[in-house]
Design a protein around this ligand. Structure first.
Ligand code: SF4
Ligand code: SF4
Length: 223
């Protein structure tokens, strides 16, 4: 189980600046259980967005957003609504946002932060990884996690050591920042690379004592 929490409303609204029409995507798996992106939260978000004058071109809640084949097949009949939107607001954990951004050629905004649970198990095996850093950066990196895709977990661009698209430290691996550059280019978002991401507050990775006291924590961390 991956625990996620909705980002502050002002932060989400900031991501949507300059956009008029949004498609809302929720997850009926962990995000529903976390109370961050299930049907109820998607309906609430629709109301809030419409309340500030945004158009919601469509909403959908899919069982597991971290399952790319499922995302593609469930979204297929709704592609007209997706195409009509400027972006997709994805209400789930970092794995789900990455999987959606890899499945649909559209700008995807993360609506949630993934809460550190001391290393959770993913629901579906996929290429995407999330360190549960507690402060999701996917907004700035085209939906590719810089902490897991880059071998050095760099948050402000490539180290310059890549060769033919491969990482200098792990030549069998694609350079995460080259992937981010290509994704941002595809999305017409290369301006995101001009934004400096301040040093990460790693204390957000320290699980909150309240989280440690939950049955979920005990379950995730039992042998
Ligand atoms: S930035 Fe990466 S590690 Fe942090 S929550 Fe997002 S996907 Fe997970
Ligand atoms: S070559 Fe790319 S993936 Fe490897 S450490 Fe440098 S920026 Fe990160």
């Amino acid at each position: 189980m991956i625990v996620s929490a909705q980002k502050p409303w002002e932060e989400i609204l900031g991501y949507l600046e300059g956009e008029n029409s949004i498609f809302l995507l929720g997850c009926n798996g962990c995000a529903q259980a976390s109370g961050s992106g299930g049907p109820e939260q998607v309906a609430e978000m629709k109301e809030k967005l419409e309340g500030v004058g945004k158009k919601v071109s469509g909403t959908m809640v899919i069982d597991f957003l971290c399952q790319k084949a499922l995302v593609k097949s469930r979204l297929r009949p709704r592609m007209e609504q997706v195409a009509a939107a400027d972006s997709i607001l994805v209400m789930t954990c970092g794995l789900g946002v990455q999987a959606v951004a890899a499945s649909v050629a559209k700008v995807c905004h993360p609506a949630c932060d993934t809460v550190n649970m001391g290393g959770s198990r993913g629901e579906w095996k996929g290429d995407e990884r999330c360190y549960e850093c507690g402060e999701c950066l996917l907004e700035y990196t085209g939906g590719i996690c810089p902490l897991t895709a880059c071998t050095k977990s760099l948050t402000n661009g490539a180290c310059g050591g890549a060769s033919n698209g491969k990482c200098e430290l792990a030549p069998e691996k694609d350079c995460g920042w080259e992937l981010i550059y290509e994704r941002l280019k595809r999305n017409n978002q290369l301006d995101k690379l001009r934004r400096f991401i301040p040093p990460k507050s790693w204390d957000k990775m320290a699980p909150d004592p309240k989280v440690r006291a939950t049955a979920r924590w005990a379950l995730e961390n039992s042998g």
